[in-house]
Structure formats: structure tokens, C-alpha cells
Design a protein. Structure first.
Ligand SMILES: [Zn+2]
Length: 197
């Protein structure tokens, strides 16, 4: 099976899946995560031998990522076709895994929250810079969003310089006109090759 992945404008061809042995480290991490308990039947060594099993088989496109790996006894591993994961009663291990997933989700939400806060802070800084340079107390909303976008790309100081230049050129112009002039400065810098777009 060939997979074609797209990442922006870059396309990658993934070669047909080859069965590679799992590294000992990964095997150990999966078994330790599952606390050396067969996740299908609950059996433990020394009564059984544990192996690391692919939840979605490799030939069906399952990966070697740890999310797709699970501790299983040899009997469950070999007779897996007849078994269904959802038949298994929740074990302390699966409860621990759910707790871990939940914790990861909370962490991701906190990061997203930090990012939103950072954008809000940047927006506030752009408003302050704009109002200080222009000697006003407000800024046109759509002009602001363009300036915030530039500040994300090039930094607040650069955008501040452009606003100063635009304001010196057109001291009494509207916000939108200043915004257009700033966009013009950016465009000419990109054309000169001194700025990335
Ligand atoms: Zn088992």
C-alpha cells in the first residue's frame, strides 16, 4: 500500500509498510505502561509469556506507534482474530491510560489557552504602539488585525517602524490609509527580497 501525504505544498510518498522488529526500548515501554498484564485477558507472567501486540494489525495499516501497541499474552496474541478489545473489562491499566489521556488533553488545552493569551497580549501591544505613534485612542478594527498579523510575522518593533514612517508621510490620514501605506512598505520589502512573505 502506498500512501501519499500532503503537508502544505510538500507531498511525501510513503513506501510500502515493511515489517520491522520493534526496538527493545519500545517493547519495554509498552509492557511497563500496561503493567505487565495481558490487556485482553488479564493474565500475568510467570503464568503466561507476554508479547507486544499491534491493536490494528500492520497489514491493515496499523503503525508501530505506542498508541497502537498493547501487552498481550501469546495465547491472546495468536488467537486475536476471535477477540474484541471492547470485551475486556476495564483493568487498572486501562483506567490509568484513560487518566493519562485526560491529563494530556488538559495539557493541550492549557497550551492552546496560553497561545490565545499570547495573541491577545500582542494585540494589546499593537494597539498601544499604534495609538502612541498616531496620537489617537482607537484603531480601526480591520487595520488592527492586519497590523497584528504583521507583528506576528516580523515583530512589534518592525511594525512600529513602518507605522512611524507612514505617519510621518501622512500625518492626518485615516487609519485605513496608514494601514495601506504600511502594507505598501511591506510589499516593497518583499519585492526587494529583504523580507519574507
Ligand atoms: Zn491474554
Amino acid at each position: 500500500m502506498n500512501l501519499l501525504l500532503r503537508d502544505g505544498d510538500n507531498a511525501f510518498i510513503l513506501l510500502p509498510t515493511m515489517r520491522r522488529p520493534l526496538t527493545p526500548g519500545k517493547r519495554f515501554r509498552v509492557l511497563a505502561r500496561d503493567q505487565y498484564v495481558c490487556q485482553y485477558c488479564g493474565a500475568q507472567p510467570p503464568n503466561v509469556t507476554l508479547v507486544v501486540d499491534h491493536v490494528i494489525p500492520v497489514k491493515e495499516g496499523g503503525s508501530d506507534s505506542e498508541d497502537n501497541l498493547i501487552a498481550a499474552c501469546v495465547a491472546c496474541n495468536s488467537g486475536k482474530a476471535a477477540k474484541r478489545l471492547e470485551r475486556i473489562a476495564p483493568t487498572p491499566t486501562s483506567t490509568a491510560r484513560l487518566a493519562r489521556e485526560r491529563r494530556n488533553m488538559i495539557k493541550a488545552a492549557a497550551l492552546a489557552n496560553d497561545a490565545a493569551q499570547a495573541i491577545q497580549d500582542l494585540q494589546q501591544s499593537v494597539v498601544e504602539v499604534w495609538c502612541e505613534i498616531r496620537g489617537t485612542e482607537r484603531v480601526d478594527r480591520s487595520t488592527l488585525s492586519v497590523m497584528v498579523h504583521y507583528a506576528k510575522l516580523y515583530g512589534l518593533e518592525t511594525v512600529g517602524d513602518w507605522i512611524v514612517r507612514a505617519t510621518m508621510r501622512f500625518p492626518c490620514a485615516s487609519d485605513r490609509k496608514i494601514g495601506r501605506y504600511v502594507s505598501g512598505i511591506r510589499r516593497s520589502k518583499i519585492e526587494q527580497g529583504t523580507l519574507i512573505s
